[in-house]
Design a protein around this ligand. Structure first.
Ligand SMILES: Cc1ncc(COP(=O)(O)O)c(C=O)c1O
Length: 484
């Protein structure tokens, strides 16, 4: 009898997904020596039939084992035990009790897949120009540089970074602001908190729902109430917002992510932008514009922020706070964000900032200014944009091919994530929970909605932080965890 006829017993462990159990069973047979390097595995259809499981389960188990290096897949020939494995011999056959075999450290280590994560839109920190930043930081720490620093300086942040950002915001985002109009913060999270802190206690901020829960957290911590305004397929529903404003006069600000709505990724169209600006003027509202991943636009014409339109029409007329961050451009480990907008608002935010943090990290801010001035940041952005576009395309293709019956999505024109609308007969939260049990963490819409039922039976999955092999692997895990 040929070796392809090796019978594989499926030992089920209810706490784990079926494909992981099957992968563990195959590993056991390799460890016991029943499957030897170079042996052919049964075809997926045959094995699925023999075990009474779905073919996708066998497929997912084989893919996992290929990724872990136990098996190799050879086009049109089949799947084989990897030839580079040591022959683990037959010393274990039949003598170890099942419990001991299940507890085999090798099986455990290899069968329990390392956890992986579909982020909610993080960049790939491995691509960050870390050496360039480190070199620039080192320069900021030389004795001569340190001597030139005032010790305590301007609470708005290092002048060199504010100057570099003013130039950058003017070229890239059409914001005609000067260095004095910019407040540097420790990530945009601090800017969100400070923006809410300029309101009176008890004032409300209307936020997109579904939206960005960390913004709601910052607003609440600053003493504001948070009220949800619905989001539809075109982004923030400005008509519904208007109705909300009529009902709730305590709403004094609106938080919006117009470039790529978080989490649905859509870009707010020109009509809605104009209506939103007009509404804000009429009600004297502050618009808090979070432009968190502006740099990543893959298709279509560039879209300038709300602030570009507002600030060009006279600074004091529009009450806008435009917020940005380098978290998507470099990595969230570099805690630098910024806010710009109406001067009185920036002044009020600066005063608050000084009360809790006299100034930012001057050497880091100066290092980042150098990265911008030397062109390193621009070069990195261009390179990252190309790579992320390829990753977006690959993930879209994988999902369409392998999950097309369970989810629907529109390819996003920009940003670092997809919004997958899950078929109504499948519970996205349950799916995410099952995925987590098999080692894939992802964000489902229920975690991003303020009020239940706001179109959030969905996933937000980032494509930038995983490379192409990792993306394919993550889709395999997602597919295997799909509730039936
Ligand atoms: C909507 C939104 N705003 C802002 C940020 C950036 O936050 P920070 O600058 O505090 O890292 C993120 C990061 O995930 C985000 O998703």
């Amino acid at each position: 009898m040929g070796r392809s006829a090796v019978v594989i017993e499926l030992i089920e462990d209810a706490a784990r997904p079926l494909f992981i159990n099957l992968a563990g069973s195959v590993i056991r047979e390799i460890e016991r020596g029943r499957l030897k390097p170079g042996d052919r595995l049964p075809g997926t259809r045959a094995l699925a039939g023999a075990l009474g499981v779905h073919r996708n389960t066998v497929d997912a188990a084989y893919q996992e084992l290929v990724l872990q290096g136990w098996l190799t897949a050879e086009a049109s020939r089949g799947t084989f035990v990897a030839r580079d494995l040591p022959d683990l011999g037959t010393q274990n056959w039949g003598v170890r009790p099942a419990a001991a075999r299940l507890a085999s450290p090798l099986s455990q280590a290899r069968a329990a897949p390392a956890p992986m994560q579909f982020s909610d839109g993080a960049p790939d920190a491995r691509l960050m120009p870390g050496l360039e930043l480190a070199r620039a930081f080192r320069r900021s720490m030389t004795a001569a540089e340190l001597k030139s620093l005032p010790g305590y300086g301007d609470p708005r942040g290092a002048p060199s970074l504010r100057t570099a950002l003013a130039r950058y915001l003017s070229t890239e985002r059409g914001l005609t602001v000067g260095a004095d109009d910019i407040l540097i913060t420790r990530g945009s999270q601090m800017a969100l908190f400070l923006a809410a802190a300029v309101l009176n206690p008890g004032d409300a901020i209307a936020v997109e729902d579904p939206g960005y829960p960390l913004a709601w957290k910052a607003f609440r911590a600053a003493g504001a109430r948070v009220v949800g305004a619905p989001v539809d397929a075109q982004g923030l529903d400005v008509e519904q917002l208007e109705a909300l404003l009529a009902r709730d006069p305590t709403i004094r600000a609106v938080y919006v992510t117009p470039h790529h709505q978080f989490p649905t990724t859509v870009t707010l169209g020109a009509g809605r932008r104009l209506r939103l600006l007009e509404l804000a003027r009429r009600h004297g509202l502050i618009l808090i514009e979070d432009d968190y991943d502006h740099e990543y636009r893959f298709e279509g014409r560039p879209v300038l922020p709300l602030a570009a339109r507002a600030l060009s029409q006279g600074r004091d007329q529009d009450r806008i706070i435009h917020i940005g961050s380098v978290s998507k451009l470099l990595s969230p480990v570099v805690r630098i964000g910024y806010a710009t907008g109406a001067p009185d608002l920036i002044q009020a935010m600066t005063a608050r900032r000084e009360a809790i943090d006299r100034q930012g990290d001057l050497p880091l801010e100066r290092a980042l200014a150098r990265l911008i001035d030397d062109g390193d940041l621009g070069r990195h952005a261009r390179k990252a944009r190309k790579i992320y576009e390829q990753r977006r395309d690959l993930l879209c293709a994988e999902i369409a091919a392998r999950l097309g019956d369970a989810v629907a999505f529109d390819k996003p024109a920009g940003g670092l994530a997809l919004w997958l609308r899950v078929n109504p007969d499948i519970d996205a939260a349950a799916w995410a929970a099952e995925a987590e049990r098999s080692g894939l963490i992802l964000t489902h819409g229920g975690q991003l909605q303020l009020q239940p039922g706001h179109h959030a039976n969905a996933f937000r999955i980032g494509f930038a932080s995983l490379d192409e092999t990792e993306l394919a692997r993550a889709v395999t895990r997602l597919k295997a965890a799909q509730p039936r």
